[in-house]
Design a protein around this ligand. Structure first.
Ligand SMILES: Cc1cc2nc3c(=O)[nH]c(=O)nc-3n(C[C@H](O)[C@H](O)[C@H](O)COP(=O)(O)OP(=O)(O)OC[C@H]3O[C@@H](n4cnc5c(N)ncnc54)[C@H](O)[C@@H]3O)c2cc1C
Length: 327
């Protein structure tokens, strides 16, 4: 028996959410006495396996092959099934990253495992069974999922737990995981890989997000928000209205049909505060709203509200922060 953690990475670089989940898994391991087994899928992922140990894994199962160089649903499902068969986990934790969340769901389905999706809190009951907290009704309520059987599987949102410090002096066992790629698992082929990476911070992992909505009035209206985000080392987010208008690409969209974010600071400029937008950002620690309509619904959620024109307020905020930060 073990606590099994899927360690997600992008081209060999461990995603912070993997470290966050590993930190939580170590805490659960301390309470249950179970070992933490990580599993890594990809090509040339020895570095990711070593990092998994530094973040708290006792053992790492590695499916390292050319056929895993890019995400393919059924091949990754085969790896999930092999890891579960090997680790015999009591608890399985997986990040909600794109792609891998699908593989986790499909593996859970094929193995008849109960899965709590999109969790943001994990605890144990008195018998060491998982209690998985997840938002429901567009984030207006939190619910705790209990499991009727084992294994108990949860996908976990980024920034749900603090990122522990990696301890490079930790030691652990790295074991190659044999995965049979036959049938559906070998049926998909990746023909081409296009990246939309712009070098900007991704909203999912950002501690600070400056978001714009229909009020920015066009693609160039994001310029003052981008400047403020850059100054603060944050990411640029957007409402669906701005994305649908083609002013900014979809990866920036926050909300029910976009990303769920949990930054320390969320600045919403020219965003009215529709329920579908709030569903993705209401868990931010501090919300600042800039809107020229004093009755905009976003103000009921914001800790600080600035009634004014974002094209005046945002540059003034940037200039004041530059002075304060001596930049
Ligand atoms: C199934 C479904 C899923 C959805 N998913 C999402 C989602 O994931 N994310 C999302 O965001 N929406 C989503 N929506 C859309 C959502 O309902 C709203 O339509 C959208 O959030 C509105 O975007 P907005 O606030 O930018 O635009 P608006 O509601 O038009 O608000 C624009 C705001 O800008 C203010 N403003 C205008 N000019 C200025 C200025 N110069 N300075 C300051 N303020 C100004 C206005 O006062 C107004 O409050 C979804 C809807 C549905 C039905």
């Amino acid at each position: 028996m073990s606590i099994l953690v899927y360690v997600d990475h992008f081209q060999g670089k461990t995603k912070p959410v993997s470290g966050e989940i590993m930190g939580k898994a170590r805490e659960l391991a301390g309470k249950t006495g179970l070992p933490v087994v990580a599993f890594v899928v990809g090509q040339n992922v020895g570095g990711v396996a070593a990092e998994a140990i530094a973040y708290g894994a006792d053992k790492v199962l590695v499916a390292d092959a050319a056929s895993f160089s890019q995400f393919r649903t059924h091949a990754y499902v085969a790896a999930f099934k092999a890891a579960i068969a090997t680790a015999k986990p009591h608890i399985i934790l997986v990040p909600t990253s794109a792609g891998v969340r699908d593989a986790a769901a499909l593996a859970a389905c094929e193995l008849n495992i109960g899965l709590a999706a999109d969790c943001q809190g994990l605890a144990l009951d008195a018998n060491g069974n998982l209690l998985a907290e997840r938002p429901v009704f567009s984030g207006n309520m939190l619910t705790t999922i209990v499991f009727a059987a084992q294994p108990q599987m949860a996908t976990v949102r980024p920034r749900s737990f603090p990122l522990p410090a990696a301890d490079k002096s930790r030691t652990g066992e790295i074991v190659l995981l044999a995965v049979a790629l036959d049938g559906l698992a070998s049926a998909e082929e990746v023909l081409e890989f296009e990246t939309t990476e712009t070098g900007e911070v991704s909203v999912e992992n950002a501690g600070i997000i400056v978001s714009g909505g229909r009020g920015v009035k066009g693609p160039e209206g994001f310029a003052p928000l981008r400047e403020l985000a850059r100054l603060l080392g944050g990411a640029v987010g957007a409402s669906r209205a701005a994305v649908d208008a083609g002013w900014i690409p979809y990866p920036h969209q926050v909300g029910q049909t976009g990303k769920s974010v949990r930054p320390d600071l969320y600045i919403a400029a020219g965003i009215s505060g529709a329920i579908q937008h709030l569903a993705g950002m209401s868990n931010a620690k501090v919300i600042v709203a800039i809107n020229k309509d004093k009755d905009a619904p976003i103000f009921s959620l914001a800790r600080y509200g600035i009634v004014g024109d974002l094209f005046e307020v945002t540059p003034a905020l940037t200039a004041a922060l530059k002075r304060k930060l001596g930049k």
